[in-house]
Design a protein around this ligand. Structure first.
Ligand SMILES: C[S@@+](CC[C@H](N)C(=O)[O-])C[C@H]1O[C@@H](n2cnc3c(N)ncnc32)[C@H](O)[C@@H]1O
Length: 304
């Protein structure tokens, strides 16, 4: 059975919607391999053998390392190992096996992903950014429907601290900062709507900095209210900062953002949260509960 994407109206077979997860799994496995390789010596396709030495009066054992593929530094497929080196090579073999398992997983998962991409293309669906975050645009703009909801709560959007000319055609903030201005180093004021930059891991760090700044500016009284749209993440910084906002809306559906060409994202990969800082959490709730679960944090109210 398939299902249709709520915003595009395009029929997507269920399996194609799994593509983001598959690509994420591949990325994680690659990251894990890089970490394992840093742990020290690793040997692929090798094993240790304990052999009984012949031609000795007393039974004596010795160890040798063997491999089917490749060669050891001695240029052979067998290498003798001293007793005190056995532990080191056992660890290297275990590491090598773990890496190989991950490589097999990456191969199979990438093949599955490639089949899904092909199937999508046959149906005329273009998968954006099939290679993952690092290659993706940082510019995912908020669809008008959500901007209107923000306006219902804030009244006006006086400042959008991370923006560009295109998104401003419909956000129409009183003032906005672009990458060149660097919104993190500019004064913030009145009511703020913020959808921070996405993309590579370095850019993702910006989301944390923007959220920290929003909380700081609100608690300092420099801004009157703010609504932030963020990717939902299990990161500890996010969980910690969430409890400092006034209210949270966990959006039920993945939001299909708008790209810089004005096209709606076909296969959104992340779930999103709207975070509210302000004195009217009930108003925020009444508007945003239509699209997700809303939680009001009592403690954060006490800070104000
Ligand atoms: C995810 S888009 C959101 C655009 C718009 N605010 C919206 O909600 O549709 C983030 C925007 O922030 C801009 N940006 C990146 N780094 C920035 C920075 N340090 N200061 C201000 N804007 C920045 C990007 O160029 C991009 O246009």
């Amino acid at each position: 059975m398939g299902k249709s994407s709520p915003n595009s109206g395009i029929y997507l077979p269920t399996k194609i919607t799994k593509l983001p997860d598959l690509l994420n799994q591949v990325r994680n496995a690659k990251r894990k391999i890089a970490q394992l390789k840093l742990e020290g010596l690793y040997l692929s396709d090798a094993w240790l053998e304990k052999k009984l030495a012949l031609n000795t009066k007393q039974p004596q054992y010795y160890w040798r390392l063997r491999t089917k593929h490749g060669l050891f530094p001695n240029g052979r497929k067998t290498m003798y190992v001293r007793q005190d080196e056995v532990q080191k090579y056992r660890k290297a073999i275990a590491l090598g096996r773990e890496i190989k398992k991950l490589e097999r997983f990456i191969k199979l998962t990438s093949q599955r992903a490639a089949r899904l991409i092909k199937r999508a293309e046959l149906r005329g669906i273009v998968i954006q950014n099939p290679l993952g975050d690092a290659d993706s645009s940082h510019d995912w703009y908020t669809p008008l429907m959500y901007v209107e909801m923000v306006r219902q709560v804030l009244g006006t959007i006086d400042l959008d601290p991370a923006s560009n000319d295109t998104a401003q055609q419909w956000i129409q903030a009183g003032r906005y900062y672009t990458k060149e201005d660097d919104g993190l180093n500019q004064p913030w004021f009145l009511s703020v709507y913020l959808n921070p930059p996405y993309g590579s891991p370095e850019v993702r760090l910006l989301a944390q900095k923007f959220l920290e700044k929003a909380i700081f500016e609100y608690q300092s009284g420099n801004i009157t209210a703010a609504i932030l749209l963020l990717n939902r993440t299990g990161a500890s910084w996010y969980k910690k900062l969430l409890h400092q906002v006034t209210a949270l809306c966990e959006v039920h559906k993945r939001i299909s953002f708008i790209d810089k060409h004005g096209m709606q994202q076909r296969s959104p990969r992340y779930y999103n949260d709207f975070l509210y800082l302000g004195k009217e959490p009930e108003k925020f709730k009444s508007v945003f509960e239509k699209i997700g679960n809303v939680t009001i944090f009592e403690k954060s109210l006490a800070i104000i």
